[in-house]
Design a protein around this ligand. Sequence first.
Ligand SMILES: C[S@@+](CC[C@H](N)C(=O)[O-])C[C@H]1O[C@@H](n2cnc3c(N)ncnc32)[C@H](O)[C@@H]1O
Length: 252
Amino acid sequence: MLTFIGLGLCDEYDVSVRGLEAIHRADAVFLEVYTSVLTGTTFERLEEYYGKKITPLYREDVELHPEPILDAAAAGEAVFLTAGDSMVATTHADIRIRAAERGIATRIIHGASITTAVCGLSGLQNYRFGKSVSVPFPHGKWFPMTPIEVITENLSHNLHTLVFLDIQKDKERYMKISEAVDLLEEQASRTGAKIPLYVGVARAGSEDPAVHAGDADEMRNFDFGTPLHILIVPGTLHDIELEYLRRFAGLC
Ligand SMILES: C[S@@+](CC[C@H](N)C(=O)[O-])C[C@H]1O[C@@H](n2cnc3c(N)ncnc32)[C@H](O)[C@@H]1O
């Protein structure tokens, strides 16, 4: 059996009781560490609290060489842990399909996801979000324009855009809101687009999340603190959304 378990958003205490019991019963515990991270804890604290030795998984372990995970799941109870919810803004559907092809039973135990946490923190209504997009760190001459294209398309339908920020786990590099805003403003200047308002969210799920709304300069000057960071580009705000951002996100 292969059980995908979402660990939630901050630290070792965010896993559900159902998820924790499955971890305790597991013969093999894997933790995917490249699509998102629990910044409120450490690998060692997770091992201690869960009472298990954990094998970290990098992109190539999951996408190119998943055999050890599948072998463990064929031989006994294996759990595949991810920060957030396992199948949201990740590519883990592929490994579930591979498991099914080998006749291995699978299931999912869900965790809180950043995609829903942003709605509570910002007050932006989840049914008003269009397609989401990621901003990658540019390298060399590679400067993808997809983020501004998606944002522009969503704005034309008056939809909000959730903008995931890049993680380079091997370098312990997490994109900050100010860096993402610089990249988006550069893209906008190349296409002639305008982004009138951003909402930035940092450390969702922790005791001290930061939420702040404003234009590009406001975002660059506000200190969001330590990662993880994420951005929303809202469409036209409904009255309640506007009031919520004024009260809880410092919107002037
Ligand atoms: C590719 S998404 C993976 C989402 C995850 N599967 C989930 O359900 O929450 C990871 C990105 O979401 C954002 N993110 C994830 N957790 C966050 C948190 N607790 N606070 C702020 N942003 C977060 C960051 O931009 C991060 O790079």
